[in-house]
Write a protein that binds this ligand. Structure first.
Ligand code: HXC
Length: 514
């Protein structure tokens, strides 16, 4: 028996080396970690239980029958993060460039299926040259099996993709279906076709980094939700994200201990919004004051910065925050902001994460560029997402809430549970100047002094509409609150809503305007 155990341990030790010492060195020389080193950084120490370490590919063409590496280029198994279970796969670039064979795909499918059965998140660490070219269509089939499972698992368990190397061809579509994409700067790439094909087809000269690097996807395409300077920071932030997220759609986010009696009035909040309604301010200052320990994990921080989305805790309870950012484009809703907001709201709703919505929005962005590219269709996504969300939903209007954007940003009318406004709130169909120029057009143009008449009408409009009280009189606003007291109001609201149950009508699935 001892000999057999020895043999087993030898086999396992060999498998640990993946493609071998020289390939590991090459990986390190590129500034990348190995598949196993990454797992060590990601999960709780000693918690990783590997499966399928002995799996081999079954290909025979192109000399593959003579090249076998136990595990076949992907390390799979189960582990814990902060004591909570997860499933994972980590592609091993040292074995055939981490390329995906039929057997490699089967290993991923196996952990995904198990994760769905037991209701735990799946984290995929991607570092792969794509379909294993020598296996042809079997490899394509393997990808399709993964795409299908990604889709079936969507909304059942959280799925997180971490891109830590090349990710090319159809291979990008698995991460794209998952809930969050992390990338590390300078070593990870995602594109449908690489720079060489781009050059042939469109004659563009573009580098790997510019075409599909982390910054490109964080700022331009919005494909990456989180990017960090290196792999270590990237992996540690995956752990952070998971601390806000439930294990599955029937679970709730972990609650942290919180002593409510320590919450004090925050006088700073009374003076953040400038008296001049046209002056910008930074909504992130408000967020930072309202959340526990000033900790806010922002999602898509470099994309469509006119809307802010991310996770935090309020009174120990995890919440998803959606907020307009008056400092960027006056917080207007445009196509990218709408899509960014909608996807985030739907994730939170799918996984029982309550929503906190901070509103200072002048409306939707006008112009041909936006109209021709479909602001109607895309803006409708955000509206749809808020309308269908049944999680606890709390809104605070800090300043402007104009027009359709007032309705969209989790208004009472679309099932906001608690809708608060600060005294600085202005809730109306449109901003004062535009409104007065339309409704008093004739009176202004026929007045002896049109400028003076415009001023007069503006003053009366502002007095009448640029405040929260008309909405509060109708019950569209539940309370107008002193900004300094917002934090305690929020904690009380989310506590009250803890066991909220709301349902949408029975259907096969909805038809969000994609
Ligand atoms: C088999 C592969 C491979 C692949 C890389 N390798 N990609 N083997 N199938 N797809 C092997 C290489 O032969 C090499 O083996 C080792 O991995 C390391 O690769 P290098 O090229 O030396 O590394 P590097 O210079 O870092 O370049 C990495 C790379 C490049 C950018 C990923 O290898 C590359 O362009 N590969 C092909 C990418 C690709 O076109 N894939 C198919 C996409 S289509 P040795 O033994 O020499 O060390 C696709 C379809 C999916 O994926 C469709 C789903 C619907």
């Amino acid at each position: 028996m001892d000999k057999k155990i020895e043999e087993l341990l030898e086999k396992k030790a060999k498998a640990q080396l993946g493609g071998g010492e020289s390939k590991i060195k090459a990986q390190h020389d590129k500034g990348k970690l190995t598949a196993r080193e990454r797992i060590e950084l990601l999960v709780d120490e000693g918690s990783f239980e590997e499966i399928d370490i002995f799996v081999k590919h079954r290909a025979v063409d192109f000399g593959l029958d003579k090249q076998h590496y136990p595990g076949d280029g992907v390390v799979t198994g189960f582990a814990k993060i902060d004591g909570r279970p997860i499933a994972l796969f980590s592609q091993d670039f040292t074995v055939f460039g981490g390329s995906l064979s039929e057997a490699h795909a089967e290993k991923i499918v196996k952990v995904m299926n198990m994760a769905m059965k037991v209701g735990i998140p799946v984290i995929g660490l991607n570092d792969s040259g794509g379909a294993r070219i020598q296996e042809g269509v079997s490899s394509l089939g393997g990808y399709a099996d993964i795409f299908l499972l990604n889709t079936l698992a969507s909304g059942v368990i959280p799925q997180i993709s971490v891109i830590l190397g090349p990710c090319a061809g159809g291979a990008v579509y698995s991460p794209a279906i998952t809930d969050f994409v992390f990338m590390a700067k300078n070593t990870s790439y995602m594109f449908v076709t690489g720079p060489n094909v781009v050059k042939t087809v469109t004659h563009e000269d573009v580098s790997f980094e510019d075409l599909g690097g982390a910054e490109t996807h964080a700022m331009k395409s919005g494909v990456a939700h989180f990017i960090y300077d290196n792999e270590i920071e990237t992996l540690l932030n995956v752990r952070k994200l998971l601390s806000y997220v439930p294990l599955n759609f029937m679970d709730k986010s972990p609650i942290k201990k919180f002593d409510k009696s320590l919450v004090k009035n925050q006088e700073e909040l009374n003076s953040i919004v400038p008296d001049n309604p046209n002056k910008p301010y930074n909504m992130k200052e408000i967020i930072s004051l309202l959340v526990d320990d000033n900790e806010f994990l922002e999602v898509h921080s470099n994309y469509a910065e006119n809307i802010i989305v991310g996770f935090a805790r309020v009174g120990g309870m995890a919440v998803g925050i959606v907020a307009n950012q008056p400092e960027v484009l006056a917080g207007v809703l445009d196509i990218n902001a709408s899509v960014k907001g909608a996807r985030f709201v739907r994730f939170c709703d799918a996984f029982n994460i309550p929503l906190l919505v901070l509103v200072d929005v002048p409306g939707f962005l006008p112009g041909t560029e936006q109209e021709w590219n479909g602001i109607i269709r895309h803006g409708a996504k955000l509206l749809f997402a808020f309308c269908e969300a049944t999680v606890p939903k709390v809104t605070v209007i800090t300043r402007k809430a104009y027009g359709g954007a007032y309705d969209v940003m989790n208004s009472k009318h679309i099932r906001g549970d608690f809708n608060f406004a600060w005294p600085s709130a202005e809730i109306a169909v449109m901003g004062p100047k535009g409104a007065v120029e339309i409704i008093f057009k004739k009176e202004i143009s026929s007045a002896k002094d049109p400028e003076k008449e415009l001023e007069k009408k503006l003053t009366s409009y502002v007095e009448k509409f640029a405040n929260p009280y008309i909405a509060a009189e109708r019950g569209y606003i539940d309370d107008v609150i002193v900004p300094a007291e917002t934090k305690i109001k929020l904690i009380n609201a989310f506590e009250m809503l803890k066991n909220k149950v709301d349902k949408n009508p029975k259907k096969k699935h909805d038809n969000i305007p994609l």
